[in-house]
Design a protein around this ligand. Structure first.
Ligand SMILES: Nc1ncnc2c1ncn2[C@@H]1O[C@H](COP(=O)(O)OP(=O)(O)OP(=O)(O)O)[C@@H](O)[C@H]1O
Ligand SMILES: [K+]
Ligand SMILES: [Mg+2]
Length: 686
């Protein structure tokens, strides 16, 4: 475990802590603002009418405010170091911008000969098209529109293994500042200057984008209300005391006020929130909203996309399985025709399986004369329309339906057999069908696409279950493949043959049932669902659309990272609750220290309240103020680290925390103030 508060961290945070004493900044924490106003008042009083008591109270009131601003400053400091290393990614580079952009691209087939202008990367705008070759830094965020390359994203993700980025599929997004290791890609820039992913990361880790969550605002209202009540109480006490000839000084009343208002939580509230976001960043999750982090603490259901989320997502064609009586060459030709213009990774993998040696040049010329039917998650098919031939490939159910619409039989027993066989191995079957002229379409066979389940999924899904979260995998793939992959990964439930609308509808249904829904996905077709979910975690390997729709991005592209997000969310809520309980319970003991001290001269009977048997009234008051301030300082590490969270029922957790923080908060001051009094009473004048 790392040490939380090093002396270096403290010294680096100090200047910031002093800057935060500015009342304009303290306004966001009304409790601390009241303490500061009190500190100013006692400062004035100790100048007008100096006494040991007023000087001690003044110093410790200022320290009370300072400990609060220090906590916030330390919490922010951890992000600052990270921001500095991210800024290094933004150094200007030279970009090769394609003259004429998109239009030019459609005229040229050789990437190496594209006409380009060399421009500084900082002048690139959304929509510009650039060429990036091996060894070069990608000049801005964008989508790969041509080519395949391996990219070193370690500067952003911390992961040293290079990743593949390619056009057409769900792995087309690239991040500015990362480096192309091999090959050459054409990238369409998607962000304007200052709006990039790294810009957002920097703003996030520095906390400059932090908005307070509804929970935090509600708690602040509660704390302010308590503060106002105690201000009124102390004001009333001033006049009451005068009336009964037990006149109280401003210094003593201010000390009383500060001891009674919830200073502990008031001082640490903002640090708790910042530290929570920071803990996520440490685990490579970027949360764009604090609200989502808190929502994560209450998640009931996790929906996960299959390809690219549960699996690695590099689905590759591995074999062609012809139906009985179909010439394997006929299937191969149809599969190739249906894929030549298909720019998805799946489509390209079919081309390289069938035409690895590039001997089908004549088919390529044939395909160039046809109309491409692009793959969509709704039709679940792609293909090519030629003057005298139509070819389709796609999800078997979709292809059968299409073939049937041309007059072919609605069922094909042999096809079902092959499809089941491929699916049972966890592969994705693509049926291939062709139609000559106006004739019926004929299903020719099946392409077997293979994908691999990411490592360590099962244990992690078990952990999610222990936390009371149900996981449902949703996929556009067929039910058998879906079940096989679901069983391998260990998710609780599956929804197969889901269109983007189905994904969205499922989330709405769960939400209407009062459940908090998290969604992990990577594809453009996941974007609506990511936006609708309470917690939408986009894989960093995913598309720009997915990353923009979600409210979190996981740089490690690990869907089970949700476990960490949920833990941190719960920890955030628990820490805030625990310290609020502690803070309020804590203040009660201070009545017993300060009230008897204030009135014992006028009303000797009040001495029965002096259960701590504190030495003198002055020492009692100073001890209470010092204790009040020290508690804040002592709880800084806890507020930064968070209260430990172990998976268990909500009521068990509540019981445990009430015991520790409620009872602890109640008892601690009796001991602490007594011990302080023993020392402080030795000081002459107290
Ligand atoms: N390039 C393609 N051409 C034809 N059909 C395809 C192609 N890619 C996928 N399919 C078919 O369409 C189905 C849906 O694919 P899609 O990638 O949209 O699934 P999804 O909804 O993202 O689910 P998941 O990513 O979890 O598999 C696939 O199961 C496959 O049968
Ligand atoms: K207090
Ligand atoms: Mg997908």
């Amino acid at each position: 475990m790392t040490t939380l508060l090093t002396p270096r961290q403290l010294t680096e945070a100090l200047p910031g802590a002093f800057r935060k004493l500015d009342p304009r900044q303290l306004v966001s924490s009304p409790v601390m603002l009241v303490v500061e106003v009190g500190a100013v008042a006692t400062t004035v009083m100790s100048v007008i009418d100096p006494s040991t008591l007023s000087v001690f109270v003044t110093v410790w009131l200022w320290l009370t405010v300072l400990f609060g601003t220090l906590a916030e400053s330390v919490a922010e400091g951890r992000g600052k170091a990270q921001a500095a290393s991210l800024r290094a990614l933004q150094q200007e580079t030279t970009a090769r911008r394609v003259r004429g952009g998109d239009d030019q691209l459609s005229h040229t087939s050789n990437l190496a000969t594209l006409p380009v202008d060399e421009v500084p990367s900082t002048t690139l705008r959304a929509g510009d098209v650039v060429v990036v070759a091996a060894g070069e830094r990608i000049p801005g965020d964008g989508d790969v529109i041509e080519g395949v390359a391996s990219v070193d994203e370690s500067a952003v993700t911390g992961e040293s293994a290079p990743v593949i980025r390619e056009s057409g599929g769900d792995r087309s997004a690239v991040t500015g500042g990362t480096v192309v290791l091999s090959d050459r890609i054409v990238v369409r820039i998607t962000s304007d200057p200052g709006q990039s992913f790294v810009d957002r990361m920097i703003a996030l880790v520095e906390g400059s984008e932090r908005q307070r969550t509804p929970n935090e605002i509600a708690l602040n209202v509660l704390l302010s209300t308590l503060t106002i009540i105690f201000v009124v109480v102390c004001g009333t006490l001033y006049f009451l005391a005068d009336y009964s000839d037990a006149h109280q000084s401003v210094v003593v009343l201010t000390a009383l006020l500060v001891c009674l208002i919830p200073t502990t939580i008031g001082a640490l509230l903002s640090a708790i929130g910042i530290a929570g976001m920071d803990r996520l960043v440490q685990r490579n999750v970027l949360a764009m909203s604090g609200r989502a982090v808190e929502a994560a603490g209450d998640v009931d259901v996790l929906l996960i996309d299959k390809t690219g989320t549960v699996t690695y997502g590099n689905r590759r064609a591995t074999e062609l399985l012809p139906l009985d009586g179909v010439d394997p060459a006929e299937l191969a030709n149809a599969a190739l025709l249906a894929s030549l213009a298909d720019e998805t990774p799946e489509g390209r993998s079919v081309v390289s399986l069938v035409d690895g040696d590039g001997t089908h040049g004549d088919l390529e010329r044939l395909a160039a004369g046809g109309t491409l039917v692009e793959f969509s998650a709704t039709t679940r098919m792609s293909g090519l329309d030629l003057p005298d031939q139509v070819v389709r490939k796609g999800a078997p159910s979709a292809v059968i339906t299409w073939a049937h619409s041309t007059g072919a039989p609605a069922a094909n027993a042999r096809l079902d057999e092959i499809v089941t066989h491929v699916s049972e191995s966890g592969g994705t079957p693509l049926a291939v069908a062709a139609r000559n002229g106006d004739g019926r379409a004929r299903v020719l066979g099946v392409i077997h696409l293979k994908d691999v389940v990411k490592e360590g999924m099962r244990e992690r899904f078990d952990e999610l279950r222990a936390m009371g979260i149900r996981s449902v995998m949703i996929t556009g793939d067929n039910p058998i493949t879906a079940r096989v992959i679901a069983a391998e990964a260990g998710v609780d439930d599956v929804l197969a043959e889901a269109t983007p609308e189905d994904k969205l509808a499922l989330i709405r249904r769960e939400q209407e049932g009062g459940r908090m829904v998290a969604m992990c996905g990577d594809g453009t077709n996941d974007a609506p669902a990511l936006a609708q979910a309470d917690v939408g975690v986009a894989m960093n390997t995913g598309t720009t659309a997915a990353k923009e729709a979600g409210n979190m991005v996981d740089l490690d592209s690990d869907p089970t990272k949700l476990i960490d997000v949920v833990e941190i969310g719960k920890q955030l809520l628990i820490t805030r609750g625990a310290l609020t309980t502690f803070s309020v319970a804590n203040d009660i003991a201070k009545y017993f220290a300060i009230l008897p001290a204030m009135f014992v001269v006028a009303f000797p009977d009040l001495d029965v309240l002096n259960v701590m048997r504190l030495s003198t009234p002055e020492s009692a008051i100073v001890s209470a103020v010092v204790f009040n301030a020290l508690v804040i300082a002592l709880l800084i590490p806890l507020s930064l680290r968070g209260v430990r969270y172990t998976p268990s029922s909500a009521s068990a957790l509540l019981k445990r925390n009430l015991l520790i923080y409620g009872l602890g908060g109640l008892v601690a001051p009796f001991i602490g103030i007594k011990l302080l009094d023993l020392v402080i009473s030795l000081i002459p004048g107290l």
